[in-house]
Design a protein around this ligand. Structure first.
Ligand code: PAZ
Length: 349
């Protein structure tokens, strides 16, 4: 169980002026960005749903930080999940993909909601969804049966699983604790992450990032990308990929400097995993880096912090237990300590 009840954040000594108006006045942070980041955003095709996404995020934050809700503020975590794609053509037929089923992000979202958080679930379109892990693997149509000319019912053998999934999902949405936003490309993902982070800036330490998405390290800049389908008749394909600028440090330095930030490090070679996680922790000024190895990622992960590292494991005595349960519980406790410490410092000022 998470050590502290987290809805007890009554009036805080931070500026939580997160009305829709202030969301709209987020300012243009581009003058502060490093040139690689500026180039990336300048050349990216604009987000199709920018206006509605910004509105949804603003309303979600407003709902969960509104003092009209019994003068309590919910913590908000942005969980990123799934892999980003790198298109090779502007009218995309082919793309490079990053491995991630989205299970980590989807399962973690459920545990964050259970712990009282409001979750912005920024996920790869079509990847695993919260509350859906127990749904039958059968093709969709095999879950239902026709019971008349115009009536359909869930097949008895799947009824319990679907009822459980619906209950969990609907309750999270009705309580205003879940906002699902899909991305496909690295361009979409990073623009959405920026929008969300800037919107969460005013939450101070109550905001958090749990960055489990597998984000491409390389991309084809939009202006050097073929417009139409690349023709195989032109012979072998030479590709030059530019490096995707690292955005983790920008979240800490500019977009949402007070937010509690957790990133993930995936490796296939265990001998370099902890070293790489430690490097990321320091280089990007994360509060914690979750280190995981591809084959054992569902069994155990190691949380690396400046104070040391802790390995958490799935409870092997329970067949359906998930490593995300102890992982999220530990991170929730760390977030509680971080908020307490931030409040203490703010009160001393
Ligand atoms: O999505 P999934 O459950 O199949 O896998 C999760 C994961 C390995 C993508 C995630 O835990 C992770 O490490 N993400 C960051 C990957 C990276 O190093 O970029």
């Amino acid at each position: 169980m998470a050590r502290k009840i987290i809805n007890e954040c009554h009036l805080l000594p931070f500026d939580l002026g997160v009305g829709i108006e202030s969301m709209n006045d987020m300012g243009d942070s581009s003058d502060m960005l490093d040139p690689g980041i500026e180039t990336f955003f300048d050349s990216a095709p604009p987000l199709k749903d920018y206006v509605s996404t910004k509105r949804k995020v603003g309303e979600f934050i407003e709902l969960n930080s509104s003092s009209s809700r019994n003068k309590t503020f919910r913590r908000i975590v942005c969980v990123t999940s799934g892999g980003t794609t790198v298109p090779l053509e502007q009218r995309c037929v082919r793309y490079i993909d990053n491995f991630s089923s989205g299970h980590r992000g989807a399962a973690s979202t459920e545990y964050f909601v259970k712990a009282g958080y409001a979750v912005i679930f920024l996920h790869r379109r079509g990847s695993c969804q919260p509350y859906c892990s127990t749904l039958p693997q059968d093709p969709l149509l095999e879950c239902f049966e026709l019971t008349g000319e115009s009536s359909v019912q869930v097949h008895q053998s799947h009824a319990e699983a679907i009822k459980k999934a619906l209950k969990g999902h609907n309750s999270a949405v009705e309580q205003g604790q879940l906002l699902k936003l899909p991305f496909t490309t690295t361009f979409d993902y990073l623009q959405m992450l920026q929008l969300i982070a800037l919107s969460m800036k005013s939450l101070g330490p109550l905001g958090s990032f749990y960055l489990a998405a597998a984000v491409s390290d390389f991309y084809v800049p939009w202006e050097s990308m073929a417009e139409h389908k690349i023709q195989s008749t032109s012979g072998p394909l030479d590709l030059r990929l530019a490096q995707v600028p690292k955005m983790l440090k920008v979240i800490r330095d500019e977009w949402a400097p007070m937010a509690f930030c957790i990133s993930f490090k995936l490796e296939t070679d265990t001998s370099i995993l902890l070293k790489k996680a430690n490097m990321a922790l320091r280089k990007y000024d994360m509060h914690a880096v979750v280190a995981n190895e591809l084959l054992t990622r569902k069994e155990q992960v190691t949380i690396v912090t400046l104070e040391g590292s802790t390995t958490v494991r799935r409870d092997e005595t329970e067949s359906d237990s998930e490593v995300e349960k102890p992982l999220v519980e530990l991170l929730v406790d760390m977030h509680s300590d971080y908020i307490e410490e931030s409040m203490r410092i703010a009160c001393e000022k």
